[in-house]
Ligand binder design. Structure first.
Ligand SMILES: [Zn+2]
Length: 120
């Protein structure tokens, strides 16, 4: 049986759909690659800034690498797990007591301004 979407001399409807999907996939792959490149560049700048801050602190305050590593472990453990990341849980609104996300500047229930966690 012949596929009605495939006609002689061309790709037909099915072929055009496959071509459009492939074009979309290539476009999405380029966008993702571009985003990954940008994130890597930002990560490089952030790592350089952290290193600059660390070397200033080490020189000015006489801290050691061990001090830095100990503090990293302490911060990692602040959520109860030594896993290379910190999970920041929700907080309670100081006015109404409801649970709110750390990223919001105000309580979504009562509007109370909430102290922002700079690392959330
Ligand atoms: Zn509230």
């Amino acid at each position: 049986m012949t596929n009605p979407f495939i006609v002689a001399g061309g790709a037909g409807f099915g072929g055009m759909m496959a071509h459009a999907e492939a074009t979309d996939a290539r476009r999405e792959a380029r966008r993702a690659q571009s985003e990954a490149t940008e994130l890597n560049a930002r990560l490089d700048r952030l790592a350089m800034t952290c290193e600059a801050l660390w070397t200033i602190l080490r020189e000015k305050l006489g801290l050691s690498e061990e001090d830095l590593v100990d503090r990293v472990v302490q911060i990692d453990l602040s959520d109860g797990k030594l896993d290379g990341k910190v999970s920041r849980s929700a907080v309670s609104c100081p006015k109404c007591g409801r649970t709110i996300g750390r990223r919001f500047p105000n309580c979504m229930y009562c509007g109370q301004a909430v102290m922002q966690d700079p690392f959330a």
